[in-house]
Design a protein around this ligand. Structure first.
Ligand code: VG1
Ligand code: CO
Length: 543
């Protein structure tokens, strides 16, 4: 059988520092585009001959076709085995689980996460390392360098291999093993949570609604919630992955998961609601008529962790991304454990988890996870909540409101200004950066600013430094405004403005975030000139 060597020209596809390649589908449909990136990944790695590569994606348009290409390229480049989820499917956390369990060299995950899919949507690919997590910056820098000098790629000239049936085949001397995408992950979940207790909760009449948003978590939720845990059929909605996610936007928030939100606010609504994103690493949780912010969710899980078998011995530490609210910091302080503040992106948690310094991690962008894998994990968070609710036998609202009474409430919102002109967005942030010294120690809108900076992070494990991770304005009363530009959008720029205000007084904790943060939102707009510069009148998405 022949290995073909096909010439390509270097391509400017990947931005330096980004975890993978996320682009509109037509960009990926250009001849040799995917191949050039995959070869750049392989060229940046050493010593993988004969080793295992894990492969799978969220089922979006191009997923299966890309899997066929990658399998043939892995064979031509000398991998010994590719382990691929049946149908080319693996959620991001399940891929991380399989990489770790199989001691694979690494994995390729096909997804553009929460971005829409289909012929007019987005596609993406990223490389995860043997520890199971997103490639750290030194690896993504090496991949980027290879995309700039690539001349050719290698691919086996063989027919497609069947990916829709379990089992093993040989392709040009390499093993291709098709696995059940759910099995290993479902086993891992049963080692962490008290499945009997959750089963009893469902038997007692507790009702839940899980919205898989026509994306990858459908098969996982069907198998685990309705299968193993015995939740009634119909608990999972939109549970069949579709190449275009049914035309929806698989982003689990109040805006895009509105069907779920309506169900939870209905008079006869279920007790618990949850949704996940395209690749299954995000989660939104709700109680009856009650929305839980991701930052509060992290804090509540940390405070209740010892109720759950997998974390019974307590937490080594917790970590949150800088824009995530400081709710978990208060829990860490009471527990007497460390709390790390990292830049945005799950890759920054990897070293802390590997070193045993942190057990739970979270981001405000609906990402929560732990040291059980090296990705954030949507369904894991949902099972964690279910187990806590089963252990406490209380409603979501009661659990969260009690939490606020004990620790205080960090009222929080993120305002996204999407698809704005890139030059305008970059100038806005650059101008704030040059004006930082004007803020610190002064009063803005009646509030005293204690500190202002552009967040920089030194990794406590390997000493690597990441700068320009977001403009922070910290007020003396504990409130914060944070500005940063999204690194994951594919059209124009997205400005994210993060607002936080601490409310220790239980009598005032029941306010809506909109009301509590109106003042701060106005200050944020005025300081940065958002409306004036963009011509917009309101953010596109508030979460
Ligand atoms: C967003 C989120 C960030 C998250 C990243 C990847 O990044 O804000 O917290 O880690 O998406 O999530 P940005 O740069 O657009 O703000 V996922 O679920 O897309 O892999
Ligand atoms: Co995701």
């Amino acid at each position: 059988m022949a290995t073909l060597t096909i010439p390509v020209t270097p391509f400017p596809g990947q931005k330096p520092g980004t975890s993978g390649l996320r682009k509109q589908v037509p960009v990926f449909q250009q001849p040799h585009y995917l191949e050039a990136f995959v070869q750049s990944v392989f060229d940046s790695l050493a010593d993988f001959q004969g080793q295992t590569l894990v492969l799978g994606g969220d089922g979006r348009f191009l997923n299966l076709q890309a899997c066929q290409t990658i399998v043939k390229m892995a064979a031509a480049n000398g991998f010994g085995r590719v382990v691929v989820g049946r149908g080319g499917l693996l959620s991001t956390p399940a891929a991380s689980c399989v990489i770790r369990k199989r001691k694979a060299f690494g994995g390729l995950i096909l997804s553009a996460s929460h971005n829409p899919g289909g012929p007019d949507g987005d596609f993406g690919i990223k490389y995860n390392i043997g520890a199971g997590g997103p490639a750290p910056e030194k690896v993504t820098e090496a991949i980027y360098a290879h995309t700039q000098q690539i001349r050719q790629y290698r691919i086996s000239d063989v027919a497609d291999v069947r990916l829709d049936v379990l089992g093993e085949a040989t392709l040009d001397g390499m093993a291709v093993e098709v696995i059940d995408p759910v099995a290993d992950y479902a086993l891992l979940m049963q080692t962490l949570f008290d499945f009997d207790r959750i089963r009893a909760l469902f038997r007692s009449g507790f009702r839940m609604q899980f919205d898989a948003m026509h994306a990858i978590t459908g098969p996982y939720a069907h198998a685990i919630l309705e299968g193993i845990l015995g939740a009634p059929a119909g608990t999972v909605r939109n549970g069949t992955p579709l190449p275009d996610f049914g035309g929806g936007h698989p982003d689990p928030n109040m805006v895009h998961a509105h069907e779920l939100v309506e169900a939870l606010y209905a008079a006869d609504g279920p007790d618990f609601g949850a949704a996940s994103d395209g690749d299954g690493d995000r989660n939104m949780v709700m109680g009856k008529g009650f929305y839980v912010t991701p930052s509060d969710s992290l804090a509540v899980l940390a405070a209740n962790a010892t109720l759950v078998p997998g974390y019974r011995k307590g937490l080594a530490g917790v970590a949150r991304s800088m824009p995530t609210s400081q709710a978990v910091d208060r829990v860490a302080e009471q527990l007497g454990i460390a709390c790390y503040e990292t830049p945005t992106g799950w890759k920054f948690f990897g070293n802390l988890l590997d070193a045993g310094m942190a057990t739970l991690c979270g981001e405000e962008s609906f990402g929560t996870g732990s040291d059980h894998v090296r990705e954030k994990d949507g369904l894991w968070a949902v099972l964690f909540w279910l187990d806590v609710l089963a252990a406490r036998n209380e409603s979501v609202r009661t659990v969260v409101e009690q939490h606020w009474r004990q620790y205080g409430r960090n009222v929080y919102a993120r305002h996204d200004w999407e698809a704005i002109d890139s030059a305008v967005a970059e100038r806005l942030v650059a101008d704030l950066r040059t004006r930082l010294h004007e803020f610190a120690g002064h009063r803005i809108g009646g509030h005293e600013v204690a500190h202002a900076d552009d967040f920089a992070y030194t990794d406590p494990v390997d000493g690597s430094v990441s700068t320009q991770q977001g403009i922070r304005i910290l007020f003396a009363d504990g409130s914060r405004i944070v500005y940063r530009l999204s690194g994951t959008g594919t059209a124009g720029a997205t400005l994210r403005v993060y607002l936080e205000r601490f409310e220790p007084n239980p009598a005032r904790q029941a306010v809506s975030a909109d009301d509590a943060l109106r003042d701060l939102a106005a200050i944020a707009d005025e300081l940065a000139g958002i409306r004036a510069r963009t011509g917009r009148t309101a953010p596109d998405v508030v979460t």
